[in-house]
Design a protein around this ligand. Sequence first.
Ligand SMILES: O=P(O)(O)OC[C@H]1O[C@](O)(COP(=O)(O)O)[C@@H](O)[C@@H]1O
Ligand SMILES: [Mg+2]
Ligand SMILES: [Mg+2]
Length: 361
Amino acid sequence: MSDPATNPATDPATLAQYLAGWSGDDPLRRAVAETVEVLGQAIVEIAERLGRGELDGPLGGAVGRNADGDSQATLDLQAHELVLAALAGAPVAWLGSEESESPIALRPDAPLAVAIDPLDGSSNLDTDVSVGTIFSILPALPAATPTALGGAARHPLLQPGSSQLAAGFVVYGPHTALAVTLGAGTQVFTLDRAARTFRRTRRDLAIPLGRREYAINASNYRFWDPAIQSYIDDCIAGAEGPRGENFNMRWIASLVAEAYRVLQRGGIFLYPRDARPGYGEGRLRLVYEANPIAFIVEQAGGAATDGVSPIRSIEPHALHQRTPLVFGSRDKVERVARYHSDPPGLGEASPLFGRRGLFRA
Ligand SMILES: O=P(O)(O)OC[C@H]1O[C@](O)(COP(=O)(O)O)[C@@H](O)[C@@H]1O
Ligand SMILES: [Mg+2]
Ligand SMILES: [Mg+2]
């Protein structure tokens, strides 16, 4: 897979052009393309609102609580409303949003379901750190009985991530970047603010290998499982430890910003389960955070697991369900799984094995 930095002057594909080229005359693809495009319009609005900072009032500050008990900022709700309004005419039957306890019924006969985190990382709003939007597009199954969410019949929003037709995430940073996959590679578009248009700036992105960088909230160390503790211990031990090389650490506390960094320069991200009350399945949500990120990362040659199993193989049972999440360069993600499968005391960190070469990657 090639990874050229694309020059918009010679590769002027706008998001709309890229979507049109991909969809052709296929009705389901056209529906996906239309939906990504209207989400793009909502994203432009959210970017403009964020770009005004506190000129129109406070961005952060809790105004309520969502279904998961997280506090909601004014902008969490505004972003949700902008997405809802943008989807009004789209071929979407169901919207599942972090900011709505239950799925929202849109057009009953439409072929798609959208799951979205309208504003990711919103606890960072008042510090002007990058936040984002994450979305997943699924087929709306005709046989589903949506009122039985969580029951025997499967709601379209509760399909495993392997059913996704498209996924995207945005970083509202110094520039607004949109990473998208339609199952045919990962593309990055940059918002041309003056034209209110996304233009492709990276084509068929491939996560670079070899970057020795990990991202984890290290303040939770004492609550982690031994496998995660061992993995991080070995990174921290650096050149003197079993890995035999030094590692750098990053933690922005903004999933989209971490995911974008991993896409651009490699490394690994971990938000594992831990022993704090309420963190038995980690913090991040499977349906509208982990699944779309996993699809995009895999389409860029990387991997995403819950530590052991591929994220996209997990059968969701609830819209707001959490999952441990590990993603990044494939070799590093696979190494984390091996720390889980090695018997305690015989892992790579074991003094019995010291700097054994078997798992050096
Ligand atoms: O504060 P913590 O525990 O480090 O968690 C940070 C994580 O929580 C999140 O902010 C969760 O997303 P929301 O802001 O949408 O709830 C992620 O962006 C980030 O990776
Ligand atoms: Mg989030
Ligand atoms: Mg959010």
